[in-house]
Write a protein that binds this ligand. Sequence first.
Ligand SMILES: Cc1cc2nc3c(=O)[nH]c(=O)nc-3n(C[C@H](O)[C@H](O)[C@H](O)COP(=O)(O)OP(=O)(O)OC[C@H]3O[C@@H](n4cnc5c(N)ncnc54)[C@H](O)[C@@H]3O)c2cc1C
Length: 442
Amino acid sequence: MESLVIIGNGITGITTARLVRKQSDRPIIVISDETDFFYSRPALMYIYMGHMKFEHTKPYEDWFWEKNKIQLLRATVMSIDTDAKSIVLNNGQKLPYGQLVIATGSRTNKFGWPGQDLPGVQGLYGMRDIELMEKNTSNISKAVIVGGGLIGIEMAEMLHSRNIPVTFLVRETNYWDNILPQEEAKLVGRHIGEYGIDLRLGTQLKEILAGNDGRVRAIVTDKGEEIGCQFVGLTAGVAPNTDVAKNSKIEINRGVLVNEFLETNIADVYAAGDCAEFKMNRPRHPKIEQLWYTGRMQAEVLAKTLCGNRTAYDRGVWFNSAKFFDIEYQTYGFVSNVPVQDEESLYWEHPDGKHSIRIVYHKTGQTVIGFNLFGIRYRQAICERWIKEQRTIEYVLENLGAANFDPEFFSEFEKEAIDLFNSKHPERKVFLKRRRGLFQNA
Ligand SMILES: Cc1cc2nc3c(=O)[nH]c(=O)nc-3n(C[C@H](O)[C@H](O)[C@H](O)COP(=O)(O)OP(=O)(O)OC[C@H]3O[C@@H](n4cnc5c(N)ncnc54)[C@H](O)[C@@H]3O)c2cc1C
């Protein structure tokens, strides 16, 4: 039987392997140059912070793979020969494949800053970065982080946990306001400041300077300020890792190009997860999805296709969650960072500045299309259902209690959101029908 070869043992590669194994007895080989076993990348920060050991981040016991006849290979794939249907490993070995899945993930963006490769300067993507960060931050007195996305704030929290003072350079006017509306971006910015992080908004890195020992000694901002430091974290986003496909006949753009079936332009070669880029235009959907759960969902449909049940990928209602120090964030559906014509949003923020609810809806039809929640957790299934069923803002507000994740542990602010709506729309007052969310459906 022809073998399935998967490059990358992240959530995408491993989910594909597991689900194909459930449906078929064919040989499966998963190759990774990073770790022997699959681990949870989002948990990397907790290893550095001492909350977890690497062993704890592995979702499966080491015996699982042999038992399920999934062969794990620790190697780097150097090239792909699609005519010969084989790949070449770093030890020179040629490995034939029947079907090939490229699931090589992302890599840290570097924008050609002078000094970006100095010792003491690094990104945060994988296990090697955690080991390097351990070395790079021992006995230091000052760190600078460049780039204000989700990995940047994780790095700030990691350094803060070791009492290392941090200056955080963020290009945007407010933290992550290329994604978040201004109110939420300011909420997170204030919270970062409360942790003693020196947040520099609207500030970019110009260059990184070396000391006499050849290691980083300072950075210079685009405003001409020199900031002394012994560590620089580069967290200005990630880009698809397409290296393995570069000298092959497989089409790449920013990522490895795929259709809705995650098929590349070459028969029997597929790509999925962070490294894949969709060819087709999908309004308001990114062409590259760099999330844990989208990697898993892509793998779920890809496994079906690989087993003969050709299935298109449909991500459904957008969902994401994250944590900004101790404020939880969840988003469902479409929430634009800037006002959109024919969309209105109800934004309520608690006076403590740490809890907020945003519900976005169409002006015409009043149907709800998105939620942003900070410091409050709403049930994913219920919010998604309301979006899919095109419920009106009035309906959603009246039933908001049903979305409350767990009222025993999370405060309820439904009444406050409704009061705000009623104060804005006295002509169409709504009343809360559902309070507690436990065991309820709306
Ligand atoms: C610090 C951090 C925190 C994150 N937190 C979250 C979060 O909270 N929520 C969320 O949704 N997402 C989060 N993400 C993003 C999420 O982890 C990724 O979207 C996801 O891991 C991508 O999975 P993947 O399987 O596509 O690729 P990866 O997990 O990157 O796996 C690809 C693997 O392929 C290997 N590889 C690459 N090229 C080769 C080659 N030529 N030969 C052999 N092996 C190769 C790589 O070394 C890597 O091990 C986080 C990412 C980071 C870096």
